[in-house]
Design a protein around this ligand. Structure first.
Ligand SMILES: O=P(O)(O)O[C@H]1O[C@H](CO)[C@@H](O)[C@H]1O
Ligand SMILES: O=c1cc[nH]c(=O)[nH]1
Length: 289
């Protein structure tokens, strides 16, 4: 059965609804960034840019870095946007837009997030890089899908018990990132850890300006949680959603974050642009090693 027009939505030019891309516009290696202004900060290092487009917060540049074809796309902020970007990217490579049928031979994408994040550990200072071995999903988006054993129930239960997680909030889900990409992208320059992905920047990450949060102790409970020598390293808003959807759809995904805030010590970087630029260059060079 062809997928209905209301479900697989194509624009009049046959590009996919939000990303505005056609299948020939995407490389098999995808870099995802949150901020649309970060797309140029990646593609300025390309030897050649073959395609550029933007719709809403979703800006795409495809080009070549040292002979490797790479697409860089901005996702905007949050796991809800990751639902759009991952589903549309997968459709671009794995659904025939002419017949509206799933292709018989599926294409596996390599998806790498280059983000910014707040460290939860005093020993992971600002201006360092964290590579996420796992994503801790506390925002709930992935519960819309059949998780098909991609998660780790014992690890999740240990976290729920340790934090006395409120049953009124979405059940936490823990998903491992790609081992292939981890081996490719790690080095002595990267800290490794479990990255918590929240559905908001303030209350959902324990920040208090004027509104009290449901559990004022949650961040300190998170920073001393440990399971099989894995600790929660950092907070941001996309990684677990990328890991979950990539795994369900059969893609490899990893996440690298520049640490711009340290929540344990309360400080914020004085040089966010420089640190992000270093992470971009680090990632591009690792991808072509
Ligand atoms: O800098 P990006 O990649 O957007 O990532 C982080 O910054 C945003 C919040 O300021 C969230 O998207 C968070 O995940
Ligand atoms: O603390 C932080 C810093 C960047 N992005 C986040 O989501 N949280």
């Amino acid at each position: 059965m062809p997928i209905k027009e209301s479900e697989l939505i194509l624009n009049p030019d046959n590009s996919i609804y939000h990303l505005n891309l056609k299948p020939e516009h995407v490389a098999k290696t995808i870099i995802l960034v949150g901020d649309q202004d970060r797309v140029e900060k990646v593609s300025k290092y390309f030897d050649r840019i073959e395609f550029k487009i933007q719709k809403r917060e979703f800006k795409t540049h495809t080009g070549y870095y040292k002979k490797k074809r790479i697409t860089v796309i901005s996702t905007g902020i949050g796991p809800d946007n990751i639902d759009i970007v991952l589903n549309e990217l997968d459709a671009l490579v794995n659904i025939d837009f002419g017949t509206r049928q799933i292709k018989e031979t599926l294409t596996k994408l390599h998806i790498i997030r280059i983000g910014t994040s707040g460290s939860l550990q005093a020993h992971i200072p600002v201006d360092t890089f964290v590579l996420s071995t796992h994503g801790l999903d506390i925002n709930g988006m992935l519960h819309a899908y059949q998780l098909n054993n991609i998660n780790t129930p014992d690890f999740e239960q240990a976290f729920i018990t340790h934090t006395n997680w409120s049953p009124n909030k979405a059940r936490p889900i823990i998903i491992e990132g790609s081992q292939i990409l981890r081996d490719q992208l790690k080095s002595e320059q990267t800290y490794e850890g479990l990255t918590a992905t929240a559905g908001g920047f303030y209350g959902p990450q324990g920040r208090v300006l004027r509104l009290p949060v449901q559990d004022a102790q949650l961040n300190s409970k998170m920073d001393n949680f440990e399971y099989n020598n894995i600790r929660i390293s950092n907070f941001e808003m996309e990684t677990s959603a990328i890991f979950g959807l990539a795994k369900l759809l059969g893609h490899e995904a990893l996440s690298l974050n520049a640490i711009i805030a340290n929540r344990a010590t309360g400080n914020f970087t004085k040089k966010p642009a420089l640190t992000i630029d270093k992470l971009i260059k680090y990632t591009l060079d690792k991808l072509v090693e």
